[in-house]
Design a protein around this ligand. Sequence first.
Ligand code: DLL
Length: 434
Amino acid sequence: MAKQYFQPEIETMPAEEIKKHQSACLVKQVQHVWDNVPYYRKKMEDAGVTPQDIHGVEDLHKLPFVTKDDLREAYPYGLLAKPLEDCVRIQSTSGTTGRRVVAFYTRHDLDLWEDCCARAIVAAGGTKEDVVHVSYGYGLFTGGPGLNGGSHKVGCLTLPMSSGNTDRQIQFMTDLGSTILCCTPSYAAYLAESIQERGLNDQIRLKAGIFGAEAWTDEMRHDIEEKLGIKAYDIYGLTEISGPGVAFECEEQTGMHINEDHFIAEIINPKTGEVLPEGEKGELVFTSLTKEAFPLLRYRTRDLCVLNRKPCSCGRTHVKMSKPMGRSDDMLIIRGVNVFPSQIETVLLNTGMTPNYQIIVDRKNNSDTFDINVEMSQEMFSDNLAVVSEKEKELVSALKGMLGIQAKVHLVAPKTITRSEGKAVRVIDKRKLY
Ligand code: DLL
């Protein structure tokens, strides 16, 4: 295992010691928000809890949850726990619906966040000899700045490419010999396709990719790995809890280690709020233990996943989270059936299709329509309507097997679905449901 930024004293700490560390941090953090954030104090008072009730991790369940609604209500400064003059950075979510969420960082917060991203780079085999090509967006989005900071910490040569301008991306990649690519999986798939089209595969030096910020299946992982000749690692995070690096994959690739010295993870039943035992699927909730400026306690992520503490062959002891299996709030309900875009992606890739697709849901005469546009690969593209229609039928049937409902599948010509440079827009839901 690469050792340069691996922090063995922390990342392989026995579970009992991690718990002790978490308890000590939690007690301090609760006092910090109580003293400095009137919004929090009121929330805690309403829940009948004070800092004196919190002695350690075992008391965590007494604290009220924080939700995205709280963040919107308290926007922009209502959850700030440090004076503004101590803050040096903001980052923000994409805010496609409702108000943006703005998160604040002190210098210390940035330092710890970059540590987390550095651990992810090392876990993907990164050392200071690497050339890290960061094609996550820079700016308000946390992807670019997070991986950039982590890469500096590891001592890698860092290419702050940001997203877009694919020709330039590929040129830098070949000229400078990028070895680790960091971007969304959908942009990685697009870059892989563009490199293939230009016949430049043999000039690419990439060995690993660190991909996250959106849901992606193992099928998509294999597709990208094959096209780019790399090993692809997952990375997870969210702006509210710092950004990328909250959790990351090691070489075992059986889930993402959560940086437990900085975050406590819980899984709850999204309907009742009840804490679920290890191994059960539910909504992921995070408590940030070390953040100064914007420390969220029991923040409901809406991401559905499972935690697992089985020993890992990499030696890290931090708990692992599964890939998010959808979000409790972007799950589609079509004709009464729960549908996750990731299920559709699995079917498409298992049946030899490209990962370029778009789901369009509408409602006509009180009945849901469910259409999926799927791009054909160049090889599959054919004017022979009978062949196309046969493939469409096969997909309809495979999707029905997975989802239990019928979708209309439309095979479309290569390159007709808009490529994304950041998070892909997979779903267009035209229904007015609320
Ligand atoms: O997406 C932070 C990030 C940047 C993570 C770069 C990884 C790499 P937000 O824009 O606030 O932050 O979106 C957070 O994205 O709640 C998940 O639903 C989703 N998400 C993030 N990583 C993954 C992943 C960044 N690896 C939201 N797999 C989260 C699936 C992910 N979904």
